[in-house]
Ligand binder design. Structure first.
Ligand SMILES: Cc1cc2nc3c(=O)[nH]c(=O)nc-3n(C[C@H](O)[C@H](O)[C@H](O)COP(=O)(O)OP(=O)(O)OC[C@H]3O[C@@H](n4cnc5c(N)ncnc54)[C@H](O)[C@@H]3O)c2cc1C
Length: 456
């Protein structure tokens, strides 16, 4: 029997349309391995909600591999060390993996390549990050021209089915998933996540199939948080349980406004294109002047941050969003924009504090998409909303018909009518907090801080 080939898995946890599996399967027996590497990302190690998802996704993948006559080997440690040791144990020389854009994964890929024959494949985005270029051969900075150029290369190649896998003569040892303690126990806060999500390739395929039936009406519903208008595919896409090409082809014939949905998938590629150019995008404001913005700090600002995190700001739409996030690990996009704007502008708290909170609490926490969207909201990004365009939560809430959404996530307000629920005022029930800051006051403070930044 020929030497086994290692497939190094990260956030590409699927068998179908997974080019690393396909290439390895064509060359010999396959050893699929997932390395829990908290060392390479350092402070960017996966957050708590992502670890919950990872546990279930790995359990599913292991079961799917068993059924295909294979196994999932689990190891923990620094990727290059673990893979080198595994290669020695198993007699493997080649490692196949999908190329990742996060800076720590790019470093890890370089380190693995020093010791082993690492073959990288594309398959996480519609097009390889860094490959969509202007006429002058430079990467795009702005979304709209990027999307126009990307569309010229679409549709993506049709997705390929899972390959047939051959087992190696002997299986290397594996850690036990339970021993990794990825799930919360004291307390177990994951009940809302279990109710909402089915991690794994089959769960992703089912989401895609049900969304395809309503994708034609995406544009008219996508901004309404009370409706099931968007796909909710983001955590499945983040963990690679479905490929963007599968999503594209899964909805392509839906008709109606499906093009608007495909444009959102384009934002996903765009975010990776930004990180490819600016790897530490989550650490610094792209527009340097924002490093001079006088953000609030100190005990009062910390108390406001906590109120925002806990959904106790006195703004029902903001609180509904933050509580949805805490309970399910996900938040509707329109509401993400509202809560981000509120933190950055009404509370004048550095966008990085919000980014960090999302990183820990979102099941779809994604280095590129999170940083790009937070910098978009702050106005500090490469392609961004203007800081001085301040979203008014009390206007956004009725505009996007959020009454039902607020009733679901802020049950103290459920008894209020549609006219009052967005801004309870004197009808505020006992137990629901007063507004943490008045809109006009918060707005004026934010504009003054922006003016001060510009004046330096
Ligand atoms: C402050 C802020 C932080 C965010 N952080 C993340 C994050 O960590 N991870 C993440 O996946 N998305 C993030 N988003 C983008 C967006 O909110 C989610 O992708 C979307 O809500 C996921 O829901 P869906 O799958 O139903 O999206 P759909 O509307 O069905 O869109 C389909 C897919 O397109 C991609 N997409 C949609 N909107 C965006 C966008 N604005 N930017 C980039 N890709 C997009 C997602 O992969 C999504 O699954 C953030 C947005 C904001 C405003």
């Amino acid at each position: 029997m020929s030497a086994p080939i290692i497939v190094w898995l990260r956030r590409d946890l699927r068998l179908a349309d997974q080019p690393a599996f396909r290439a390895a399967a064509a060359r010999g027996p396959v050893i699929p391995v997932y390395v829990l590497d908290d060392e390479s990302p350092r402070y960017r190690r996966m957050g708590a909600a992502s670890r919950w998802w990872l546990h279930h996704s790995l359990a599913r993948l292991a079961a799917d591999l068993e059924q295909a006559g294979s196994r999932l080997i689990l190891r923990r440690g620094r990727s290059e060390n673990v893979l080198s040791a595994l290669a020695v144990e198993s007699g493997a020389h080649e490692v196949h993996a999908l190329h990742h854009v996060e800076p720590w994964w790019r470093n890890a890929e370089r380190a693995v390549r020093k010791a082993l024959d690492l073959q990288l494949h594309q398959g996480i985005y519609l097009a390889p990050p860094g490959s969509v270029l202007t006429g002058g051969g430079t990467p795009f900075k702005i979304y709209t021209p990027f999307w126009r150029a990307l569309q010229e290369r679409m549709p993506p190649a049709p997705p390929l089915p899972a390959p047939k896998l051959t087992a190696p003569e002997a299986w290397p040892n594996s850690d036990r998933l339970e021993d990794w303690q990825l799930l919360p126990t004291h307390p177990d806060w994951a009940g809302g996540m279990r109710a909402e999500w089915t991690p794994g390739e089959a769960g992703a395929a089912e989401r895609l199939e049900t969304f395809a039936r309503r994708a034609a009406r995406y544009a008219e519903r996508r901004n309404l948080p009370a409706m099931l208008g968007t796909s909710r595919l983001s955590p499945h896409l983040h963990f690679g349980e479905v490929s963007p090409a599968q999503v594209w082809h899964g909805v392509a014939n839906a008709g109606g406004s499906v093009d608007v949905f495909l444009g959102e998938l384009g934002w996903r590629d765009y975010a990776a294109n930004v990180i490819h150019q600016f790897p530490d995008y989550a650490a610094h404001s792209y527009k340097e002047e924002f490093e001079r913005l006088p953000w609030r700090t100190g005990p009062e600002a910390e108390a406001d941050l906590k109120a925002w995190q806990q959904g106790r700001t006195g703004y029902p739409i903001v609180d509904a969003g933050m509580r949805e996030l805490w309970a399910t690990g996900w938040m509707h996009n329109r509401v993400r924009m509202i809560v981000a704007s509120f933190l950055i502008k009404h509370l004048l708290i550095d966008w990085r504090r919000g980014e960090e909170w999302f990183w820990d609490t979102l099941v779809d926490a994604d280095y590129a998409q999170n940083a790009v969207n937070w910098q978009w909201s702050a106005g500090s990004g490469v392609d961004a909303n203007m800081f001085v365009r301040i979203m008014a939560p009390l206007t956004q809430s009725p505009k996007f018909d959020a009454a039902g959404y607020i009733r679901e996530w802020v049950p103290e307000l459920a008894g209020l009518g549609d006219a009052e629920i967005h801004d309870p005022g004197l009808l505020r029930p006992r137990g629901y907090p007063a507004k943490i800051v008045e809109h006009t006051e918060g707005r004026a403070r934010a504009l003054a801080a922006h003016a001060a930044m510009k004046a330096v």
